[in-house]
Design a protein around this ligand. Structure first.
Ligand code: SAM
Length: 290
């Protein structure tokens, strides 16, 4: 079976048939380019052994492609007006389950356990851009058994996830994503591949989850508290950022000593530190927090 959706004409037909109005608050920009869809499926490396979790199926465009490639697809859609449309566009696919829920409120770990016996799932989605970061970080932080996350996001966000020290895009998101996964930007996607067109450029990024994080830390929460404190006040030195974080309660001299132990001068800024250096810093400071 070939997917019927993915081009402007069929998309418009379905939208008209159901008199559907786009809801801006749900970040609805539907894909209307079959090449982009093929590229996403290829990049996600889906096989018939896989269960795919799709976040925000819309009218079911990518869901059709996923259903062709995967063993099973579970698609979570918040907009109740799309549910009758999905019943129509996905009626020929017996391996798709649609759940009408807010993905941020769903216990995905439990769902993966029930639907795929706790085995690793692949997440594939054209994400609603207003909640990209909470969705991705939620999957990692709640230890959802994911093998990879292949998603369409704002180009700027994809760049932030993939970059390293020295770039203006480098920040807490880069470090958090790279702690959990290996990022790879698959393709840049212009606004004319969507209906309606978003105001910003988009990119497909694949995040392949590390079997274990590339650095060892005594306390993950402390690592992320330190990272956040360092980037909250970008123009400050690392030492000042950590001293005035409001979350860390560590004496100033201990912070200065730890930065020195790292082999850095007092004027060093957080944006020049690698993940490995943040990990060492957090391990030096750990005894002061215990
Ligand atoms: N997958 C479709 C496509 O590519 O054409 C639609 C992608 S559109 C960018 C994002 C979709 O996510 C919309 O269908 C929207 O209603 C849905 N959505 C928005 N917020 C959501 C949430 N919190 N939980 C689940 N779905 C959500």
């Amino acid at each position: 079976m070939r997917p019927t959706l993915g081009n402007p004409q069929n998309t418009i037909e379905i939208l008209q048939k159901y008199d559907f109005s786009f809801q801006k608050k749900f970040g609805q920009n539907f894909l209307i380019d079959t090449h982009v869809l093929d590229k996403i499926i290829l990049a996600a490396g889906i096989t018939k052994d896989d269960m795919v979790l799709e976040i925000g199926p819309g009218i079911g465009t990518m869901t059709q492609y996923l259903a062709e490639a995967a063993g099973k697809v579970v698609a979570v859609e918040i907009d109740k007006n799309l549910i009758p449309i999905l019943s129509d566009t996905l009626k020929d696919y017996g391996n798709v389950t649609v759940i009408n829920e807010d993905v941020l409120k769903l216990d995905i770990k439990k769902l993966a356990g029930e639907e795929h016996a706790g085995r690793l799932v692949k997440v594939v989605a054209n994400l609603p851009y207003y909640i990209t970061t909470p969705i991705i970080m939620g999957l990692f932080e709640h230890n959802v058994p994911v093998e990879s996350i292949t998603v369409m996001v704002q180009k700027e966000v994809a760049d932030r996830m993939q970059t390293g020290p020295g770039s203006k895009d480098y920040g807490a998101l880069s470090l958090a994503v790279q702690y959990y996964a290996e990022p790879y930007i698959v393709a840049n996607v212009p606004p004319n591949c969507f209906m309606p067109r978003p105001k910003v450029g988009s990119a497909v990024i694949r995040l392949t989850r590390h079997e274990k994080p590339p650095v060892e830390v005594k306390d993950e929460r402390l690592l992320f508290d330190i990272i956040r404190a360092s980037f909250n006040q970008r123009r400050k030195t690392l030492a000042n950022g950590l001293n005035n974080s409001g979350t860390l309660d560590i004496p100033k001299e201990e912070i200065t000593n730890a930065i020195e132990k790292l082999g850095k001068g007092p004027g060093v800024r957080g944006e020049s530190l690698t993940l490995e250096e943040f990990a060492r810093l957090s391990n030096y400071l750990y005894p002061m927090t215990a």
